[in-house]
Ligand binder design. Structure first.
Ligand SMILES: CC(C)(COP(=O)(O)OP(=O)(O)OC[C@H]1O[C@@H](n2cnc3c(N)ncnc32)[C@H](O)[C@@H]1OP(=O)(O)O)[C@@H](O)C(=O)NCCC(=O)NCCS
Length: 187
């Protein structure tokens, strides 16, 4: 079967979403490696990303998932430089829903990059993939992450207790949901 066309979305004059490719491995790994203590506060996979080979293995997994219509994992490019990533967790086709996960290098925070990137993946999920629901889970205490679904008009659906193991402790996760029928809420 022919390979699927690569996902690409220009968000504005400075910001682009590109399907993560093996050629991004070095830049993504460097951004993670330079910001380990910061990212480790909220992301459970940082300690498992110790080399470019680890990053390449991740990229190969998400590339295969993309080809199988299971995921879309994007590098966020800001002024031509990788600023972070945003991706769907494997799509739940039976229930027509998907969860979005994301991170930015700290130097790229505060410009609205992630809010805009989320809007782009929300549009893709509803308009192109015809999904019914998008979920975002954020640790209680991760105020910057929670602010994204709040800003985008998601509904707070509850807190899942001790839902994620973060190296040496469990964290509770806020669950935010957006239904296709609620999209009018997004500016
Ligand atoms: C979560 C994370 C991506 C949020 O980053 P962020 O920069 O706060 O989010 P955005 O890129 O959407 O930017 C929002 C900020 O830009 C400002 N902004 C500027 N222009 C904006 C625009 N056009 N639209 C939205 N916000 C805009 C907002 O006011 C906000 O700033 P404030 O927090 O000072 O009010 C980042 O903190 C991160 O990567 N954390 C570590 C990893 C992590 O926690 N991942 C999530 C796990 S659930």
């Amino acid at each position: 079967m022919a390979a699927k066309k690569s996902f690409y979305k220009k968000i504005d004059s400075t910001t682009e979403l590109k399907l993560i490719a093996e050629s991004d491995a070095q830049a993504i790994f460097q951004l993670i490696d330079n910001n380990r203590p910061y990212l480790r506060q909220w992301l459970p996979w940082i300690d498992y990303t110790q080399s470019i080979a680890d990053e390449l293995a991740y990229i190969r997994t998400v590339t295969a998932q993309y080809q199988e219509h299971q995921s879309v994992a994007c590098a966020i490019y800001y002024k031509g430089t990788v600023a972070g990533t945003i991706s769907y967790h494997p799509i739940d086709w039976a229930n027509r829903k998907v969860e979005i996960g994301y991170w930015l290098g700290p130097q790229f925070q505060g410009h609205g990059l992630m809010t805009k990137a989320c809007k782009a993946l929300i549009d893709h999920a509803f308009d192109d993939l015809k999904l019914n629901k998008i979920e975002i889970r954020c640790a209680t205490g991760n105020a910057r992450s929670c602010a994204i679904p709040q800003r985008l008009g998601f509904t707070h659906e509850g807190i899942s207790r001790q839902a994620e193991w973060l190296y040496d402790h469990y964290v509770d996760l806020h669950l935010y949901g957006l239904l296709v029928s609620e999209r009018k809420k997004i500016a």
